[in-house]
Design a protein around this ligand. Structure first.
Ligand code: NZQ
Ligand code: ZN
Length: 385
């Protein structure tokens, strides 16, 4: 097991009807900017609940943060914050709104071009404090310090993180806010969380037994509860478990003591840039190809995954590994998440463009062992046609 320092300062306020507690977390004299997306929070009542909870505050609003938040939109909020001397941000929405808010929080006091934060890894020394009200379990952004920002004019989708400054101070996780999610967003969320776990777990054995068992436990919860949650039955037991599983999947705990992969995500971001495919759906396309092509490097953990997560015990080791990969793809499909490039009418020519973009970003040696080269990416994607 590798040495590690683990620190996560985000306070989690979990459960139905807990939103009123945010008043304890935001200074009473703060000028608050509430950020949100395209309007789902107005339709489902979350907006009203937040406004009610903050009725004694001076609140400004910034709506219209799009899925895969755009730099040009976020910079408008940065200007607003600077102009109105905003001193606390409250993100109300899914991963895109929370990520966008992290960018705004870091960009407001940033001296220089804020795009340098994701593009050049520019050092972030401070950020405005912010909290989050999560409406879509998926990314884990509500409990980590990372954000992904897009700039479509130049065809880029890049991440940055500046812990401890870009951790939310608190996040409200009320499972009832998921009631209005479409089956598509539900399936996406379970898939994204699943692949966040495997990005940290499916590498090579590092003797991190606690981390491994936590990862396997979260995967099993996603498998057990995911289908019920996607059926939209309004079952709050399933929703509650999916919400907490998605936060636990990417709050740093599963990276304790281990090296991590993230190649599937890096390639996936290019599929979103080029074809506007939902984040989780890009991952579901790439993941089975990644596991097939990188099988030798990941052999021991793939076998452990098949046995402990999918309870596969029959057949040779090779057969068990293949069965684990097969069942995972079948699981994504059962969540109504397609797993082939052809499901989006994409073919060979997109592979060249993805490789070109990855090279342009300097991503030519991805994965836990830096063995996912452009040739490997071609092979991975060729399996997914
Ligand atoms: O914009 P609104 O109107 O709010 O609608 C959203 C959006 O259209 C809707 N939605 C959210 N909550 C809802 C709801 N609709 C009905 N009822 C609700 N309760 O869902 C749509 C998608 O929302 P979005 O926030 O884009 O989805 P998600 O949470 O999957 O976030 C995706 C973004 O997060 C990044 C992705 O790359 C992508 O940009 N990621 C961030 C990570 C992180 N910070 O750690 C890690 C992830 O791997 C990921 O890369
Ligand atoms: Zn993801």
């Amino acid at each position: 097991m590798n040495n590690f320092t683990y620190y996560n300062p985000t306070k989690i306020i979990f459960g139905e009807n807990t939103i009123s507690r945010i008043v304890r977390e935001i200074p009473s004299d703060a000028v608050v900017l509430m950020t949100y997306g395209g309007g789902s929070i107005k339709k489902n009542g979350t907006y009203d609940q937040v406004k009610k909870a903050l009725k004694n505050y001076e609140i400004l609003e910034f709506g219209g943060i799009e899925a895969n938040p755009q730099y040009s939109t976020l910079m408008k909020a940065v200007e607003l914050c600077r102009d109105k001397q905003v001193d606390f941000l409250l993100a109300v929405g899914g991963g895109s709104v929370i990520d966008g808010t992290k960018f705004i929080a870091a960009a407001v006091p940033f001296e220089g071009d804020p795009w340098d934060m994701p593009a050049k890894g520019a050092k972030v020394e401070k950020a405005l404090p912010f909290g989050a009200v999560l409406t879509l379990p998926a990314t884990g952004s509500e409990m980590n310090a990372f954000a992904v920002v897009s700039r479509k004019e130049i065809g880029k989708k890049l991440s940055f993180g500046a812990p401890p400054h870009t951790f939310p101070q608190f996040s409200v996780l009320d499972p009832s806010f998921t009631r209005t999610l479409s089956a598509r967003q539900r399936g996406n969320g379970v898939t994204d969380a699943f692949i966040h776990v495997t990005e940290q777990y499916l590498t090579y054995p590092q003797g991190a037994a606690v981390t491994d068992r936590m990862a396997e436990g979260i995967l099993k919860v996603l498998i057990d509860e995911g289908p019920e949650y996607v059926r939209e039955s309004g079952d709050m037991k399933a929703a509650a478990n999916i919400v907490w599983a998605a936060s636990m999947a990417l709050n740093g705990l599963l990276a304790t003591g281990v090296v991590t992969d993230w190649a599937t995500h890096s390639i996936g971001h290019e599929l979103t840039v080029l074809h506007n495919i939902d984040h989780a759906r890009t991952l579901a396309i790439i993941w089975p190809g990644m596991m097939k092509v990188m099988q030798e490097e990941k052999r021991d953990k793939l076998l452990q995954f098949a046995q402990r997560v999918w309870d596969v015990r029959a057949g040779s080791e090779q057969e068990q590994i293949e069965e684990g990969i097969r069942r995972t793809e079948e699981f994504f499909n059962s969540l109504q998440v397609p797993t082939r490039l052809s499901d989006y009418d994409l073919g060979e020519d997109t592979i060249d463009k993805i490789i070109e973009n990855l090279k342009d970003n300097g991503f030519t040696a991805l994965g836990e062992q830096k063995k996912v080269t452009p040739e490997k990416v071609r092979s991975i994607l060729s399996h997914r046609l």
